[in-house]
Design a protein around this ligand. Sequence first.
Ligand code: GDP
Ligand code: CA
Length: 311
Amino acid sequence: MTGSGSVAVICGGVGAARLLRGLARHVEPDQLIAIANVGDDMELHGLHISPDLDTIVYTVAEAVSAERGWGLEGESWQAMTMLGRYGGEDWFSLGDRDLGTHLYRTQRLREGASLADVTGAIARSWGIEFGLLPVTDDRLRTMVTTVDHGEITFQEYFVGHQHSVPVTSVRFDGADAARPAPGVLTALADAERIIVAPSNPVVSIDPVLAVPGVRDALRSRRDDVVAVSPIIGGKALKGPADRLLVELGREASATGVAEWYTDEVGTLVIDTVDAARAEAIASVGVRPVVAPTIMSEPGVLDQLCELLLSV
Ligand code: GDP
Ligand code: CA
């Protein structure tokens, strides 16, 4: 990529949020657009909860809990304690401050606002200047088929079972009928560079690609698409990405990620510990670029952003 063209980022939660915190320092806000997963969304207590959108907002605003990596710092849990008292549904932790976000989102949606509009209002209130779009305003839900519990929602799998149960398949309920949110396909067509964040390929990025038009947009721009491997040394830093890749017939490695993305991604940034895999990745037709990718390590995030904008 040369010059200062616009950048579109395909996003899940934590991995994407950390990358965006850096990209916001390297790309003019009106040239940066994040397109995020809504397959994790759920309705609970009558509220619409959008975990990946909120993780992005709270992280970029530097209001995220450093300890948990999700939710807000300085959080209290009195509403959850009250729910527990009544025997209510308290398996999915919602902090008191965080609940305000869900109350606001739910009310606006009920008044007829789109999820994209509400997300924009929430992001702006936290001082986020770049574009943040849910991939779709329509209902899309990641469903996970498990060996022991049949088909369950993503959050039942991820939080309820702490993603420790074997999975046989994943599908995206509603994806076929979902329309890309206004601006999503234009952003993908116009961007000089498309970045696939180091998010879970199976349950964070795939639901974004499942919205009609999005996967094709990446395929037609494959040479301009750069991904960062979320698998480092054969392991996810956190979460089930490594296990899910194996359960769905791939290898838990940067090579497995390259194979997963081979039709959509022209270049894959792999961590320095995986340098020996570069040849195998090139042989599946993806250009490997080796660099430090652990964004919490000093200096790595800015270097990685510069690399993503220049390779
Ligand atoms: P979630 O939606 O919050 O579960 O998070 P994502 O899907 O966005 O990200 C989870 C994935 O991000 C995991 O597979 C992690 O390995 C990966 N990840 C998180 N932080 C980093 C990082 O600093 N570097 C790389 N390469 N991957 C990361
Ligand atoms: Ca997520």
